[in-house]
Write a protein that binds this ligand. Structure first.
Ligand code: FAD
Length: 463
């Protein structure tokens, strides 16, 4: 095979690039994926009992009109269900509305005071220095109390790295900040303070989970352009040729990679060894998904919740999605069944006992009062992805600055959640747009925005 554009990976980034090429009337391209499905991490599975599961809670909220229009085209305007975010933190055997820091009035008086006192100390002794890492940013922004009660333990559970190993520059719209006046007012007036952030409302496919979107986009591109069960083994940039593990070769003029950058550099023949070594220093965490299919109805407290955060060490999961609340079609029969989808992170700094995780999860669901008895469980789905979260580590930006531009002389570009390793712009909308913007640059000479100016891209939210 010989093509103008070869695209490694049929996730949202690769499909975004392919869709845009097709839209511009260019058809000399191929998308190559090692799996037998499109969608990458944004895929869905149906288990033997008929429950649908995503790779962790995927919600749709977008920063781009282009993405919104494409979503409507993919599933039709009636193919979506719209939701008001209802997210909660489970702590001290009670639910606290998200964002936690604005709703501490729900806590016991001792814990509430600890959080408030930390904020007061911050106002007494403000720190103006630039934080060297995420832990410092947390301490400087929330004070000691909120840091110890929620921010530090929760972030360790999500990222699977101590917060001091993360940089402070990714935060942007991803973490709600707070102030003493607002928190105090909420306490005194018993006020819930809920509507923060870009995902205060979101949409979800009516049928087929998140994966249905990308199946539809694949069909819009034309599956004749997509090579599945085709794993890239090596790339010869001098010959401009890809070799697949089954021995097939594909010649290309320009290559877009979306597989994890550390792995990709190892496949790139002749790429400088010091850059390959640099790329291996990029950190990531793995994600375990345990889907629990249940019979009967959830308890009344859960009927309108979307997802819940779990900062306490006693539960293995950091987040649980009430997946049957996203769409009734995520379960075989909504009159009889409901579903919970848990996410647990893993890294060398936070090992997970894979053998016992499912049993540990069920035990914690009982302890956390989400289910009443094991006899409610009709199905357990277990999935692990090695690459789940691209860690915005302290050294990340320096590594990316060295490695990404060094690919360009070979006519190779790397984009997407793990292709460009930039968590700030690694949701489905960002990923698709990284692919689209890359094509706009290659074909029309329009500069890319999302990857190089994440703050600008994210500021477009709501417009
Ligand atoms: C737990 C979790 C929760 C998330 N929640 C949300 C959310 O709420 N909202 C949201 O918008 N996004 C969410 N995301 C992010 C979303 O999944 C990503 O934005 C998106 O999947 C990234 O797309 P991508 O194409 O860059 O990468 P990927 O989806 O990772 O696709 C890369 C593709 O490359 C392929 N590949 C890898 N190696 C090879 C090889 N050697 N040869 C050929 N092919 C190869 C893989 O099979 C894969 O299909 C979440 C992700 C996770 C993990």
């Amino acid at each position: 095979m010989n093509v103008q554009y070869a695209i490694i990976g049929a996730g949202p980034t690769g499909l975004g690039a392919a869709y845009r090429l097709k839209e511009l009337g260019l058809t000399d391209f191929v998308v190559i994926d090692k799996e037998d499905y499109v969608g990458g991490l944004a895929t869905s599975f149906v288990d033997k009992a008929g429950f649908t599961w995503d790779v962790g809670g995927h919600v749709q909220f977008s920063h781009y009109k282009y993405f919104d229009d494409l979503m409507v085209e993919a599933l039709g305007s009636d193919g979506w269900l719209n939701h008001q975010r209802e997210s909660w933190v489970w702590i001290e055997k009670r639910f606290v509305p998200y964002p936690f820091q604005n709703n501490i009035r729900y806590l016991s008086p001792e814990t509430m005071w600890k959080c408030l006192d930390g904020l007061i100390q911050l106002y007494r002794r403000p720190t103006n220095g630039k934080p060297a890492n995420f832990k410092e940013w947390i301490m400087n922004t929330f004070g000691m109390g909120l840091a110890e009660v929620f921010m530090l333990p929760y972030n360790f559970k999500v990222w699977a790295y101590p917060p001091e190993e993360l940089n402070a520059s990714w935060v942007g719209e991803r973490v709600a900040v707070t102030d003493l006046q607002r928190v105090t007012k909420n306490i005194i007036f018993n006020r819930d303070d809920l509507s923060w952030g870009p995902n205060a409302t979101f949409q979800f496919p009516k049928f087929g989970g998140t994966g249905a979107i990308w199946k539809a986009v694949g069909n819009m591109i034309g599956m004749e352009h997509v090579l599945l069960k085709a794993s890239v083994e090596s790339v010869d940039p001098a010959k401009k040729e890809l070799r697949l593990t089954d021995g097939r070769t594909i010649a290309y003029r320009i290559l877009l990679n979306t597989m994890p950058l550390d792995l990709f550099t190892r496949k790139l023949q002749g790429f400088p060894s010091e850059l390959i070594e640099e790329a291996q220093k990029l950190k990531h965490s793995s994600t375990h998904v345990i889907g629990v299919g249940l019979k009967n109805r959830p308890k009344p407290e859960l009927t309108t919740k979307c997802w819940m955060y779990f900062p306490e060490v006693k539960s293995p999961y950091y987040r649980i999605t009430l997946f049957s609340n996203y769409s009734p079609y995520n379960v075989p029969d909504i009159e009889q069944y409901w579903s919970l989808m848990t996410e647990t992170s893993e890294s060398d700094k936070k090992p997970v006992n894979r053998e016992t995780l499912a049993a540990d999860t069920v035990k914690a669901l009982l302890d956390d009062e989400l289910i009443e008895s094991e006899s409610q469980i009709v199905s357990i789905f277990q999935f692990r992805t090695d690459y789940g979260y691209p860690t915005p580590s302290v050294g990340r930006d320096g590594i990316l600055k060295a490695v990404l531009p060094a690919l360009k002389p070979f006519d190779i570009y790397s984009r997407g959640r793990f292709g460009a390793w930039t968590y700030e712009v690694s949701n489905q909308d960002h990923s698709l747009m990284q692919g689209v913007e890359w094509v706009n640059r290659m074909v029309l000479g329009i500069p890319e925005v999302s990857l190089f100016f994440p703050g600008v891209a994210n500021a477009m939210w709501g417009k």
